[in-house]
Write a protein that binds this ligand. Structure first.
Ligand code: CA
Length: 617
């Protein structure tokens, strides 16, 4: 399996880093290669004191990488007790036993200690785009304060980079492919799944939200009554905004109303659901109103052309991120003035990445990798840390129920796949804290409209040790939506228009292909050397073992999670109807008439199909 061959020169340092990451993990575990992994690892080890890798037998970093990868597979085998805890029914039993023994004794104390919860969730905000991450062209003092006085996360991911499926995962602790119709965008949310805000409400919390909670889609209970998935809405207060495209919702004032309405002084949970930086933007507002310059963007990602249009678009996005952050900062100041900031857990994050081509809705770094900072003085004894563990949005609901003292097993929530990251908050360590948090799973089903028969573009991915492996289940379909239907799986934007115009002038334009062209069945990216995910290594024979290891782990975990797509029932996802009449059957209606959706540009539509689309299987 392991070949003594060299990797391409450019990837060598990055592969070595990936290798070191693995061995750092092993050092944390106390698992040294020589003892645990057999002869093949007998002369390679990571010395944690010297902080260097001893690899006398490695002729190249590629080989070292393969060794480490294989080792990580072995290291992934947990002791029996820990394996058992991965199964929800065992977890449920443990929780029941624990609560039976302890709930009577400390229920009053728990009630008094229960923290307030403020979740600030930006709409379409990518990792790295905050001052705390070193970004200079987007100013986020609110987020930076939360990070500085709390914990900053470097590897926080959503499984699905689209509003509805991501928010469904956030609120349930389950991956979208474990949520039936809620794997899709614009779904009818299954009544059988409770959300953590609903549960907290029944457990004595005062629960509210402003603007965008769960959605878009339809959510009703078993009696057909509309559900308040994120709590009681507070939206009355409005304000003037710097652009007409920014919501007039006065988020921070509505938060004040929510606090004022808590007349029983209950512990509270609030969802600040900004609709910034969701599109549309006022073009040029980043420069004209945000005081930015085109040169402020230090690097345009490799999948977009570096021109004024794209830079303006990025700055306009950044300007809306800053608007989201301003209201966050005001909320923090208000809580501080009220003396409530100390025992409030503040979580700042996004639902998915920035709304640009190859980003939102897709399965790449820019799409799924999100900002996350958590502040909670009473629950984070060692603030100012930066954590490198992989964390998924499905870990959020288990964390919040734990800090609220609500046992998952008795909460009414369906079994969680995510697990609480409270130990990461309580830890005194930075970097990698929990060696078992060494990967996340990603995946998508149907997002927006624009394919025949309302089918989606199914993908499943695993991201482990900085390597992203993706399986495209239907590579004959268009990942960005059919060209003749406006590539509507990608939001209309100046950047999208620029890519389409360039392609219409030159069919060989590489940027169009990266965002809208069809893909192979498999993709493999080394994020250390290729953070933009534009160099597909899936065909590299020297990385075949890596690919096999990743695809094997992906399949195994998806089977454990009973993902219909991996079990051969993927058509179920395509068969769930859009909840919205204007979306249902859009492709056919558009091709036979002039159906159009609000918010999309007519200029996005090609006049005819660009090639023959294979029929649905
Ligand atoms: Ca979103």
């Amino acid at each position: 399996m392991i070949q003594k061959t060299s990797a391409p020169g450019s990837a060598e340092p990055q592969l070595r880093n990936a290798c070191l990451n693995f061995w750092s993990v092993k050092a944390e575990l106390g698992l040294r290669g020589p003892r645990r992994e057999g002869p093949v690892f007998s002369k390679i080890w990571y010395d944690s004191r010297e902080q260097r890798l001893h690899q006398p037998d490695c002729e190249s970093h590629t080989q070292c990488f393969l060794l480490a990868f294989s080792t990580a597979q072995h290291a992934g085998r947990k002791p029996a007790a820990e394996r058992m805890m991965r199964f929800p029914h065992c977890l449920a039993f443990a929780f029941c036993l624990f609560t039976t023994l302890s709930s009577q004794a400390d229920s009053n104390e728990k009630t008094l200690a229960r923290p307030n919860i403020l979740i600030a969730i930006a709409d379409d905000w990518s990792f790295g785009h905050a001052g705390a991450y070193g970004c200079s062209w987007i100013k986020t003092p609110g987020f930076d304060r939360v990070a500085k006085e709390g914990v900053l996360f470097n590897r926080f991911y959503t499984p699905s980079a689209k509003c509805s499926p991501s928010r469904s995962a956030i609120m349930t602790g389950r991956n979208p492919w474990q949520l039936g119709a809620a794997a899709n965008h614009w779904p009818t949310f299954p009544a059988e799944f409770q959300t953590y805000p609903e549960v907290l409400q029944t457990m004595g919390y005062w629960v509210g939200m402003t603007m965008k909670g769960w959605g878009p889609g339809e959510a009703k209970d078993v009696n057909g009554k509309p559900r308040q998935m994120a709590g009681v809405p507070f939206n009355k207060r409005t304000t003037g905004t710097p652009t007409a495209e920014i919501s007039k919702n006065n988020y921070s004032a509505n938060f004040e109303d929510f606090l004022a309405a808590n007349t029983d002084s209950k512990p509270w949970c609030f969802w600040y659901g900004s609709v910034e930086p969701h599109r549309p933007y006022e073009y040029g507002s980043g420069v004209s109103k945000g005081g930015k310059q085109l040169g402020d963007v230090l690097r345009v990602p490799a999948y977009w052309p570096d021109n004024d249009t794209v830079r303006n678009d990025m700055l306009d996005y950044g300007f809306e991120v800053e608007y989201f952050d301003k209201h966050l900062a005001q909320m923090l100041e208000s809580l501080e003035a009220k003396g409530q900031l100390e025992n409030t857990i503040v979580i700042v994050m996004a639902d998915n990445g920035m709304p640009f081509p190859r980003s939102k809705g897709q399965n790449y770094e820019i799409a799924n990798h999100l900002p996350l900072a958590v502040r909670w003085p009473k629950g984070i004894p060692f603030p100012g840390r930066v954590v490198d563990d992989y964390v998924s949005v499905i870990d959020l609901a288990p964390t919040l129920l734990e800090v609220a003292g609500v046992p998952w097993a008795t909460s009414g929530m369906a079994p969680a796949t995510g697990r609480s990251f409270l130990p990461l908050l309580r830890s005194e360590k930075s970097g990698i804290i929990d060696a078992a948090r060494d990967h996340v799973l990603l995946g998508r089903e149907r997002n927006d409209v624009g394919r025949p028969n309302d089918v989606g573009y199914p993908i499943r991915s695993i991201l482990k040790a900085g390597v992203l492996y993706s399986h495209n289940f239907e590579p004959s379909r268009w990942p960005g939506g059919n060209p003749e239907a406006g590539y509507l799986d990608c939001d209309s934007s100046p950047t999208k228009s620029a890519l389409l115009h360039a392609h219409r002038k030159n069919v060989a334009d590489p940027f169009w292909a990266l965002s809208f062209g069809k893909r192979g069945e498999e993709e493999l990216y080394d994020l250390a050397s290729d953070p933009d995910c534009v160099i597909n290594l899936a065909a590299k024979t020297e990385l075949a073992a890596v690919k096999t290891a990743l695809s094997g782990q992906l399949e195994m975990e998806l089977r454990m999670q009973e993902d219909p797509r991996i079990l051969g029932r993927g058509a179920e996802f395509d068969a769930y109807p859009f909840a919205n009449d204007t979306h249902r059957g859009f492709y056919e209606r558009h091709r036979s008439g002039n159906a159009m959706l609000k918010g999309f540009s007519a200029d996005d539509f090609e006049v005819a199909p660009l090639d023959i689309v294979l029929p649905r299987e």
